[in-house]
Ligand binder design. Structure first.
Ligand SMILES: [Zn+2]
Length: 459
């Protein structure tokens, strides 16, 4: 059998691997490339395979860098099955719709520019109609239940502890001459986080495909997140300013709501109001409530509803969001997108980034080429929404909020295999992170490889 790395090789986005075995072609993830203009361009390139010939897409989780090209795949003739856990199916539907809206808006803006430059207009990557057409191909399969794809392929989802419904894939492929077991880590979460369970340790594999987003970094102690958050709110409150938190709509936002809920309950939250200004995050929170069984047992025990509390106000409509432009009280604003390159956070930045009393707090990964990364790296002036904006607000970061395992935790997961796999492929990391993690694994005696984009390996 052979496997081709069609994305997330020496980069963190565009996860997509093509497995060819015994005449069968299956995909593991079909993600969007996200980041700089150059990286975004890759989404418009034709697939390196014929979507009509793919019989299964195994989806590790709903994040757009793993699921975002599904509508394009369906548009181009995919008629197979998309296998995912129940929360992933629910989340993927709302996230893909949101991605369609973002892309249609971006395309509208770009076409104005193209028209001025005398160029023909460009089609959006996909529309909301395309997203809805893809729904019928989804099939939900829960954790730990072996699922037979056909006579020769068997798979099981195991909890990856990254976001609600996220999965590691165990895949057994029989060919003439024997059976081979592949394990795809998907994105791995951290141990001991509040909302989701810990990543599952898998004990056996011939070949392992492991993510390496933080392959070269160790997170702060996760035990102090709540204290760090409290400190940031107190500091913003004492200056009479707003605390803006760009947040990923799924998981990070619900984690923040959980911590703010706890702080409010314990009398440790000075802010009178916490605004959630993201229709997508509001919808995603409903999916979390609906799939309560997938939350960690501890959080289920602690709260009937971890994500709702008195001081929280959801801002769903545009009018509700615009009301915030004139709101001068100190408050917390959670808004998307998590890397500041789209969504309502941009309006909050436009109105607040240039005022020194405010704080912009990053609680998530900022990919290269995004506005978030530029600000985090210390830019004094940024260009956004056609304006030059001075960065006068305090810029803070709490790194331990990451939904990704760090170097130590990735190593813990790989060392969980009782017998060393034939090879460990290191994917889903920027090149320095993947190479650093490879060096660590090599020093532990693992056989490794860091693939390049579009590389094919025989297994
Ligand atoms: Zn992810």
């Amino acid at each position: 059998m052979r496997l081709t790395f069609n994305g997330a090789a020496r980069m963190v986005t565009g996860s997509c691997y093509l497995l060819e075995t015994d005449g069968e072609k299956i995909l593991i993830d079909c993600g969007m490339f996200q980041g700089s203009k150059e990286i975004n361009k890759l989404n418009y390139e034709p697939f390196d395979f014929d979507p009509k010939k793919i019989s299964f897409l195994l989806l590790t989780h709903a994040h757009i860098d793993h699921s975002g090209l599904i509508p394009k795949l369906v548009n181009e003739g995919f008629r197979g099955r998309i296998i995912a856990t129940p929360p992933t199916v629910d989340l993927a539907k709302i996230m893909l719709l949101d991605a369609a809206h973002v892309n249609m808006d971006d395309t509208k803006h770009e076409n104005k520019r193209r028209e001025r430059e005398g160029l023909p207009p460009r089609e959006p990557l996909f529309t909301d109609e395309d997203v809805k057409s893809s729904y019928k191909f989804f099939r939900a399969v829960g954790y730990d239940a072996p699922f037979k794809l056909n006579d020769r392929l068997l798979m099981t989802f195991r909890d990856a502890g990254h976001i609600l419904g996220s999965a590691i894939i165990e895949l057994w492929a029989s060919e003439e001459g024997g059976s081979t077991k592949l394990v795809f880590s998907g994105d791995l979460g951290q141990w001991d986080t509040p909302i989701v369970c810990d990543p599952t340790i898998i004990e056996e594999a011939d070949y392992v495909f492991v993510e390496s987003t933080y392959g070269d970094r160790v997170h702060e102690d996760t035990g102090i997140r709540e204290d760090l958050l409290e400190k940031e709110v107190r500091s913003a409150y004492s200056k009479g300013g707003k605390l803006m938190i760009p947040s990923f709509a799924v998981e990070r936002t619900q984690e923040l709501l959980y911590y703010f809920h706890r702080l409010a309950r314990e009398g440790r939250l000075p802010a009178e109001k916490v605004f959630l200004d993201s229709p997508l995050a509001i919808d995603a929170t409903e999916v979390f409530k609906k799939n309560r069984d997938y939350l960690s047992p501890d959080v289920r025990k602690e709260f009937k509803d971890p994500f709702t509390f008195d001081r929280l106000q959801n801002l769903k409509s545009v009018q509700d969001s615009q009301m915030m432009n004139d709101y001068d009280e100190p408050c917390v604003i959670i808004a998307g997108s998590g890397m500041c390159n789209a969504g309502r956070i941009r309006y909050h930045l436009k109105y607040n980034l240039w005022k020194p009393e405010n704080t912009l707090l990053f609680v998530g990964y900022q990919a290269q080429g995004t506005l978030g990364r530029v600000i985090l790296e210390g830019a004094k002036m940024v260009r956004m929404m056609g304006l030059e904006i001075a960065v006068k607000a305090k810029i803070s970061e709490i790194e331990s909020f990451s939904a990704h395992a760090d170097k130590k935790q990735l190593l813990r997961w790989v060392k969980g295999f009782e017998k060393k796999p034939k090879k460990v492929f290191i994917v889903h990391g920027e090149e320095p992170a993947s190479l650093a993690f490879e060096a660590k694994l090599k020093s532990e005696g693992f056989r490794t490889h860091v693939p390049r984009m579009n590389e094919t390996v025989e297994l």
